[in-house]
Design a protein around this ligand. Structure first.
Ligand SMILES: [Zn+2]
Length: 156
């Protein structure tokens, strides 16, 4: 995972994980320099349950860090484990399994352009670099907005 977060203590780049800074050990929330992250839940050929668990771990962490969108790469194999992950992930999504954190979702193959999305210009700019429009191997999730000051109140 690319290092798009910064340690508030030492200033080094951090990823979403681990939960502490690998340079100084700080467990403070890092500062996000991005509005979205990509999560490959098919990587390493996991079982369906493992892939869903990976997704949920990232979902919770992304919300905690104020990330607005998650691009989930689940593959699109019509058979085998890849196809199962995609099918199961989307079934849970449609059953509102994560409705407490996910505001809207778009299946890659149903997205024709970003212009129909109600997202900020900055997020649009970041997403334009990604090749997921008309791509059946991914799903875009827009998360519910948790204001950062609210997060810091919880941590105070
Ligand atoms: Zn640090």
């Amino acid at each position: 995972m690319s290092k798009l977060f910064c340690c508030t203590q030492c200033g080094n780049f951090r990823g979403l994980f681990p939960l502490y800074c690998e340079y100084c050990g700080s467990q403070d929330l890092p500062v996000a320099h991005t509005n979205f992250i990509k999560v490959d839940i098919e990587k390493g050929l996991p079982l369906v349950e493992e892939a869903i668990h990976t997704f949920e771990t990232y979902l919770v962490r992304a919300e905690e860090l104020g990330v607005r969108a998650l691009l989930i790469l689940h593959g699109y194999g019509s058979s085998g484990q890849g196809g199962k992950i995609r099918r199961h992930f989307r079934e849970l999504l449609e059953a509102n399994q994560w409705a407490n954190r996910v505001n809207e979702y778009y299946f890659g193959e149903e997205l024709r352009s970003l212009s129909s999305l109600k997202i900020t210009a900055q997020l649009k700019k970041e997403l334009e670099k990604e090749r997921f429009v008309s791509n059946p191997g991914c799903t875009l999730l827009l998360l519910k907005h948790i204001h950062l000051s609210f997060v810091s109140e919880i941590n105070a």
